[in-house]
Design a protein around this ligand. Structure first.
Ligand SMILES: Nc1ncnc2c1ncn2[C@@H]1O[C@H](COP(=O)(O)OP(=O)(O)O)[C@@H](O)[C@H]1O
Ligand SMILES: [Mg+2]
Length: 241
């Protein structure tokens, strides 16, 4: 598969395997192509050449296939403002479940469960505009959960969050993984989450996979260390002053 914007950037051939119930990190520096790759995977962008295979199926991007995919994969945008559009959180969260054609009783049940899962029950009547960044992210996540996806794809889920919010988000995601057996593919340039949370990692550089596999091996590789940089480099710089 190949993809190019009208700029010089392109995503080159790559493949990744996400085990059931596991956490997969996609990393690389700013502009390395993480978001582009995710958008290709969920059919929001079309490859210029080649094919994308997901769940062993070639992505044709026909409406029917994309709709089925949406039910198996929940894609959380980096910016929750791009994802929330209903007047209240409750309506927003129910949207996907209603679209599934579920009975109203089942929709209500799922909305209640999803709002509880992300700790937003007491905010259900709020407008998305009146929520904090972290709350918006959780509301957008609840909107995905009502579809009961097997795979959650999260673009920079921890960006812009304080430590308390990161703690809360991780707790929610870990519960979903354990109780609902969901797998998670997430992007980050923060090595902390890769080292302590992920099971596997793919490192992108300029649209190309430069490492795929075991976390320890990836993070200890001199080539990857040099590419991604670290606090150590920054400390060395500061100590030279
Ligand atoms: N809509 C677009 N049109 C042209 N170039 C884009 C567009 N979106 C992203 N790019 C470019 O593609 C490259 C990869 O971007 P992106 O996938 O957002 O990287 P990352 O998520 O890793 O920061 C960057 O060089 C970026 O400037
Ligand atoms: Mg990005």
């Amino acid at each position: 598969m190949n993809f190019e914007y009208n700029s010089n950037f392109s995503v080159k051939d790559l493949s990744l395997t996400i085990e059931e119930n596991s956490i997969y990190a996609l990393t690389g520096n700013n502009g390395s192509g993480k978001t582009t790759l995710l958008r290709l995977l969920v059919g929001l962008l079309k490859p210029k050449s080649g094919t994308i295979k997901i769940f062993n199926e070639i992505l044709t991007r026909d409406k029917n296939q994309l709709w089925k995919l949406r039910q198996r994969i929940g894609f959380l945008f980096q910016n929750p403002d791009d994802q929330l559009f209903a007047p209240t959180i409750e309506e927003d969260v129910g949207f996907g479940a209603r679209n599934l054609g579920l009975e109203e009783e089942e929709v209500k049940k799922r909305v209640k469960w999803a709002l509880e899962a992300v700790n937003l029950t007491e905010y259900r009547k709020f407008s998305p505009y009146d929520l904090s960044w972290g709350q918006k992210k959780r509301a957008a996540l609840a909107g995905l959960l009502v579809m009961k996806p097997k795979l959650l794809i999260l673009d920079e889920p921890f960006a812009n969050l304080d430590f308390r919010s990161i703690y809360n988000h991780l707790k929610i995601l870990e519960t979903l993984r354990k109780e609902e057996k969901m797998s998670i593919l997430f992007t980050t340039h923060n090595l902390f989450f890769i080292e302590h949370w992920a099971d596997r990692v793919l490192v992108l550089n300029d649209g190309e996979a430069v490492f795929e596999g075991n976390i320890e091996e990836g993070l200890n590789s001199p080539k990857i260390k040099k590419l991604l940089g670290s606090y150590e480099d920054i400390l060395n710089l500061l100590n030279k002053k």
